[in-house]
Design a protein around this ligand. Structure first.
Ligand SMILES: Nc1nc2c(ncn2[C@@H]2O[C@H](COP(=O)(O)OP(=O)(O)OP(=O)(O)O)[C@@H](O)[C@H]2O)c(=O)[nH]1
Ligand SMILES: [Mg+2]
Length: 463
């Protein structure tokens, strides 16, 4: 049979079958129809994008805020949804333009800037908070310097190590000679900040109140953080009638009382050393909820995995991107070079999987930091992980190995390679297969990593 197929193939080539067939009237008509269909598809996609943008604007203006919120964000992709219709669309449209547009869309999403200002009196724990929020250890390269003597004397940006579009700004304390209270906001360049976090390690002072009032005048948001809660808990723990709830209530009431002049102040009790304690998680959720929709995605990815809800949110956000990755891979399949599609797929997949691992805190440095902050040995955290892609260096080789273990992937990949040689309809089929393969693989890997993240979280907290 193999010889016969080879003979047939040679015969087709020597007869120049493909090229002569290309010029028959039927094919000319088919091509015209195809061009027409492509145009129509683009018109549809453009109008969908316009509607999507309009919806975002309405949402940001607050009209759809509640409805979007109830369903975990208007753009969220339903978990049980079947592979969306992009596969069919792609078989008819200009693939290079589609790929470029999607790439642009993904880059735009990844580059939405989020600037968070951290301010408060000297020694209140600002720099430690900056590091904790960025999941960076205090002694790591790129960490904000911390210590008992005054260290923050300039406005210093600290981009998130994995998502450089998110920056925490370590601000010097208000009221120093260089940054007098009256000119403070102007001097630190308040316009660039999306919101302010005002930190104190005791009750709040007059300067903190004044600052909040000024921030309010500038129509920006602010949140109060009472830091070093672990110190208070540990000190009170020695007492015989110790109650954590009572201690926290006393601290909270004291802080709120010190914020006279601020309407319904919200104070979050936080420890930068024990982020699982108290209100760190609540603070993250509040910030996320109160941010404009487009900025939420940026914050969501950097949120610490200290709550099972956050892991689920991240998983959903990634699920909504699956179709874009799959489309990029399908565009790669349109290039009629054997083996190239697999390489494009691998590059697309490696990028996506690295994102998943980092966002879920399953890379080795994140796991080690979690081990230090929770006191659970690294080996114990590592032991509950099932995905070979977690706590490992993600290379193309490793990914290809994992891919072949995902049910039916190998046959899909083989079918894609073979189909591209079928004259005419081969490339669209290869694209469809490439879309399906990438979508399925990424979905399986994403689910596995999200499950691992949940298990690590439970282990770290001794649940
Ligand atoms: N126990 C405990 N100590 C903390 C915490 N956060 C900060 N500290 C300690 O408080 C001291 C000051 O912390 P920094 O983060 O450097 O404070 P800062 O506000 O940046 O100080 P300046 O830069 O001098 O204004 C350090 O000795 C930290 O170890 C915390 O959450 N818990
Ligand atoms: Mg500092």
């Amino acid at each position: 049979l193999r010889t016969k197929i080879r003979d047939l193939w040679n015969a087709l080539l020597s007869e120049n079958f493909v090229f002569s067939f290309k010029n028959t009237p039927e094919v000319v008509v088919y091509r015209k129809l195809e061009a027409l269909a492509r145009k129509q598809t683009w018109i549809r996609i453009r109008s969908m994008k316009t509607t999507e943008d309009q919806l975002f604007n309405t949402t940001e203006n607050g009209t759809l805020y509640e409805a979007a919120d109830q369903h975990g964000g208007a753009r969220r992709f339903n978990e049980s949804e079947e592979i969306p219709g992009h596969k069919e669309d792609l078989q008819h449209k200009d693939t290079a333009a589609a790929a470029a547009e999607i790439q642009q869309h993904l880059e735009k999403q990844d580059n939405i800037p989020l600037n968070i200002a951290i301010t408060g009196e000297s020694d209140s724990g600002k720099s430690n908070f900056v590091n904790a929020f960025r999941s960076v250890s205090d002694d790591e390269e790129g960490a904000a310097p911390t210590g008992v003597k005054q260290t923050t004397s300039e406005v210093t940006p600290y981009p998130h190590p994995n998502y450089s579009n998110v920056t925490l700004w370590d601000l010097p304390g208000i009221g120093t000679t260089k940054f007098p209270a009256k000119k403070y906001l102007k001097l630190v360049g308040f316009e660039k900040f999306d919101f302010f976090i005002i930190i104190s390690d005791t009750h709040f002072r007059e300067n903190d109140v004044k600052l909040a009032q000024e921030i309010q005048k500038m129509k920006k948001k602010f949140y109060f953080v009472r830091s070093k809660i672990d110190n208070d808990i540990n000190a009170e723990r020695r007492k015989r009638d110790f109650s954590a709830e009572r201690t926290l209530k006393v601290i909270r009431d004291d802080c709120v009382h010190s914020l006279q002049g601020i309407e319904s102040p919200r104070v979050f009790l936080v420890s930068s050393f024990k982020q699982h304690w108290c209100d760190f998680s609540l603070l993250q959720e509040t910030l996320e909820r109160e941010l404009p929709m487009k900025k939420r995605d940026a914050l969501q990815l950097v949120m610490l995995n200290i709550n099972p809800e956050i892991i689920i949110k991240k998983k959903k956000a990634f699920q909504s991107k699956l179709k874009y990755w799959a489309t990029l891979s399908a565009a790669g399949a349109a290039v009629p070079v054997p083996g190239l599609s697999a390489n494009v797929d691998a590059a697309v997949l490696v990028g996506a999987v690295k994102d998943y691992v980092q966002a879920f805190g399953l890379d080795i440095p994140s796991l080690k930091r979690l081990s230090v902050s929770t006191g659970v040995p690294y080996a114990d955290l590592r032991a509950v992980i099932t995905s070979p892609l977690a706590a490992a260096e993600i290379t193309t080789e490793l990914l290809l190995k994992v891919m072949t273990q995902v049910g039916c992937t190998a046959s899909l990949m083989a079918a894609e390679e073979v189909s591209r040689f079928i004259p005419f309809i081969g490339i669209p089929i290869a694209m469809g297969l490439s879309f399906t393969t990438t979508y399925k693989i990424l979905n399986v890997i994403l689910n596995q990593l999200a499950d691992d993240a949940q298990r690590v979280f439970e282990k770290a907290l001794g649940l």
